[in-house]
Design a protein around this ligand. Structure first.
Ligand SMILES: [Cu+2]
Length: 145
């Protein structure tokens, strides 16, 4: 039992090496309309220099990226452009920063910088739990009728 607890702590907290990727220049075009961003999920690599083209197809929309001080605002039919360097790995939300209507608070997207380690750790923990369950089933004494 202690072995499994130790292994699960290791899986959860061990620093895993991020695969090294050569930073690239990226151009990402994001279409903003009430009340969504297209694409709503973006994956890039740490160190990438990202140029965002925010296009608004209806009313004024904003683009504010959590964790980075990066903001854009696009007028109707216009494109706003800005560049940032993805220096921090992790998952960051981006949201509309201009009140654009009823569902404005739900106008949110996701930027993933690097590999989703949490997902891998979760899968590993799940496999470990299955292994622990199998072992404890084998150890349980058999009862005779
Ligand atoms: Cu909005």
């Amino acid at each position: 039992m202690l072995l499994f607890i130790g292994m699960s702590l290791l899986i959860f907290f061990a620093p895993l090496p991020q695969p090294v990727q050569i930073p690239k220049d990226r151009l990402i075009r994001i279409e903003a309309s009430s009340f969504q961003f297209i694409p709503g999920e973006i994956q890039i690599n740490p160190g990438d220099r990202v140029t965002v083209e925010l296009v608004s197809t209806d009313v004024v929309h904003g683009f504010s990226l959590d964790g980075y001080s990066f903001e854009l605002k696009a007028d109707p039919g216009q494109t706003a452009t800005g560049t940032f360097t993805a220096g921090k790995a992790g998952v960051f939300r981006f949201r509309c920063s201009v009140a654009c209507g009823n569902l404005h608070p739900f106008m949110i997207g996701k930027l993933q910088v690097g590999v989703n380690l949490l997902l891998f750790r979760g899968i590993a923990l799940g496999l470990l739990a299955i292994a622990a369950a199998l072992v404890s089933l084998r150890k349980a004494p058999r009862r005779r009728m």
